[in-house]
Design a protein around this ligand. Structure first.
Ligand SMILES: Cc1cc2nc3c(=O)[nH]c(=O)nc-3n(C[C@H](O)[C@H](O)[C@H](O)COP(=O)(O)OP(=O)(O)OC[C@H]3O[C@@H](n4cnc5c(N)ncnc54)[C@H](O)[C@@H]3O)c2cc1C
Length: 586
């Protein structure tokens, strides 16, 4: 008999998406089991730069200082003959190439971008998740799963002992990366160009090269040798990666390069023949652009690269992954707690799929492309179709059932228009709450600091009635909400009258902010604020739990007698060892 466990959410994959989701669920008081097939956190740098929206997510989790301390200024790109050569030419100041707006300090309390590679980020997220009580299991893989209208039943296997066990979960979050087996097992199709005709080889090595890269720890250094060119990326003083792009003429030969040849290349690139070099791993990689046609199938949700995979040319992959996790976490929590109808989960796809599509398409070109594949950019995405980085990071507007228009209080109609201009980021429903400095108990805080996983209601100076009514109405549904009045005699001192200019409120108006920091609704004072606020919550979350079937018998997922059910939800067995596990180093 297999051992059985019961858990609200089973998360598969401990990359940026899975670890963040585990933390965000924990913040909402929801337990999860996170299984990761790797033996330990990855020391491969991969995603290197975080954008300010991601830093804001970590700010809400109280982790942004650690992330900032672990990283440094955003990467620059240099060219040198070898790492030992005294001359280095700066090819690309990435912070200039990825400038988001002229005055980022108006937009965010965070640096616009920050270098913090996955090899440093994941240990921070893992430590916080474990400290906060999340159950994270490395060396553990999802082997198979089934789902019905009531639950997901998964078989997991401990890769060290070979022991298998069953987990029953209300929901399964597939954060299992670009080659998501969960996505494939569900038969969810993808759209996009798929794997691009660009080939890279990542050569991971160990060498005592600290002195050669001191002062360049965050940077990429292109070395150009007579017989190869490649980027050195630094993991640590004793570890790094050489990224080679084989030219089309010698692509096939790279498959047959020997470990000795890779060692020679690293050594030649370092320019110090006496330095001992050990090749740890060699990975052949092709970037891909694909987006799942659906982000949800019954009780299974695709998150991160499993939902939207993009080339790293704009550095958006892990950022979009973490932001999708944030969008999903509070919705899962609200449904699991019975505060919202399971239909709320459909807004995850409605809101994040357009963003994933846009980010993946726009990532076909970018600063890195001009260095690696100088001719490819225009072919993949015409210049007229490109949108500013600002729009990709924060300039979009969600349109779903979980966003109400101020005027009639109805859900915003779904339109193709995803963008708002910077000047229009003024707390319009569906956009990210604007950053505004205010004073709370004599301390300067950002409006974004008010977001701690709860709903937040901001009211203007004359909004006392809102402030009284809203928390009571929310509490009657079990929802935690905190209301702040922006006024000289209120909770937040707003010296610049930002409630009017940046939040677009009337003096007695209110802005309801969701736990993910997006505005759900903005309105003026009605005759009966209690009733109005109850209607607003019901429109966003669905009828209160008492009025709907209990979660365990909810109608999510296909009916049992549906023939598609048997096909798509049949017992799925994965290949046990699909890819080579990464070596682990502590
Ligand atoms: C060279 C390179 C450079 C990049 N640069 C950037 C950048 O600058 N900025 C940026 O934002 N993004 C960048 N990216 C993209 C970024 O790495 C990905 O978008 C990001 O890792 C996605 O996170 P994720 O959590 O969705 O998936 P992953 O990080 O891929 O995590 C998925 C995890 O699931 C695990 N898993 C899979 N199947 C199972 C199973 N059956 N059971 C248990 N565990 C399983 C895997 O082992 C893996 O750890 C880069 C990528 C590459 C390759």
């Amino acid at each position: 008999m297999l051992a059985k466990e019961r858990v609200p959410v089973l998360i598969v994959g401990a990359g940026g998406a899975g670890l963040s989701l585990s933390l965000l669920l924990r913040q909402q008081g929801i337990g999860s089991v996170l299984v990761e097939q790797r033996a330990d956190v990855s020391w491969y740098p991969r995603a290197r730069n975080l954008n300010f929206r991601t830093l804001e997510v970590f700010r809400g989790l109280g982790l942004e200082r650690q992330v900032i301390a672990a990283g440094s200024h955003v990467s620059r790109v240099f060219r040198a003959e070898t790492l030992a050569s005294p001359e280095r030419e700066e090819l690309l100041a990435v912070d200039a190439a990825t400038r988001i707006v002229d005055h980022p300090e108006i937009l965010t309390p965070e640096p616009p971008s920050w270098y913090c590679p996955q090899s440093r980020l994941e240990p921070i997220l893992l430590a916080a998740a474990t400290e906060r009580g999340s159950d994270v299991r490395y060396n553990t893989e999802l082997v198979s799963f089934t789902q019905d209208g009531r639950r997901v039943t998964a078989t997991i296997r401990n890769r060290s002992t070979g022991t298998t066990s069953l987990i029953r979960a209300d929901y399964l979050a597939a954060c299992d990366g670009a080659h998501s087996q969960v996505r494939d097992a569900l038969g969810v199709k993808t759209e996009g160009l798929g794997e691009l005709d660009e080939h890279y080889i990542f050569v991971y090595f160990r060498a005592d090269w600290g002195e050669l890269v001191r002062g360049y720890e965050a940077d990429a250094i292109l070395v150009e040798q007579p017989d190869f060119r490649g980027f050195f990326l630094i993991t640590d003083v004793d570890r790094g990666m050489l990224l080679i792009q084989p030219s089309p003429s010698n692509q096939s030969s790279t498959q047959t390069y020997t470990t000795e040849r890779f060692r020679e290349m690293v050594s030649e690139g370092l320019g110090k023949p006496d330095l001992a070099v050990e090749i740890v791993d060699v990975v052949h990689w092709q970037p891909a652009q694909l987006v799942a046609e659906h982000f949800q199938q019954g009780r299974v949700l695709l998150v991160g690269d499993a939902a939207h995979t993009m080339p790293p040319k704009l550095g958006l992959g892990v950022n979009t992954a973490i932001q999708s996790a944030q969008n999903l976490a509070w919705k899962l929590a609200a449904v699991l707690k019975g505060h919202a109808s399971p239909q709320l989960l459909a807004t995850y796809e409605a809101e994040r799929r357009p963003v994933g599509l846009l980010a993946s398409e726009q990532s076909l070109v970018g600063p890195a492309a001009s260095l690696l594949t100088p001719d490819s950019s225009d072919k993949l995405l015409a210049a007229r179709r490109r949108v500013p980085l600002f729009s990709l990071i924060v300039g979009y507007r969600y349109r779903s059932q979980a966003v109400l228009s101020g005027g009639n209080g109805l859900p915003l109609p779904v339109q193709s228009e995803l963008f708002e201009k910077p000047g229009q980021l003024t707390a319009l429903p569906g956009t990210r709450l604007p950053h505004l400095w205010v004073e709370q108990h004599g301390q300067r805080v950002s409006t974004l600091d008010l977001l701690d996983g709860r709903f937040v209601l901001l009211v203007g100076p004359g909004g006392r009635l809102w402030q009284k009514a809203a928390p009571t109405v929310a509490a009657s549904r079990g929802i935690e909400l905190v209301a702040y009045r922006l006024a000289a005699d209120g909770d937040l001192l707003d010296r610049e009258d930002g409630w009017r200019t940046k939040l677009g409120m009337s003096a007695a108006g209110a802005v309801l902010v969701r736990p993910d920091g997006f505005v759900a609704w903005r309105g003026t004072l009605p005759i009966n604020p209690e009733r109005k606020f109850g209607q607003v919550l019901s429109a966003i979350l669905g009828p209160p739990a008492l009025d709907q079937p209990r979660l365990r018998t909810s109608k999510i997922g296909p009916p049992r007698n549906d023939t598609r059910y048997r096909r798509q939800y049949a017992f799925v067995t994965f290949l046990s060892h699909p890819r080579k596990p990464e070596p682990t180093l502590r």
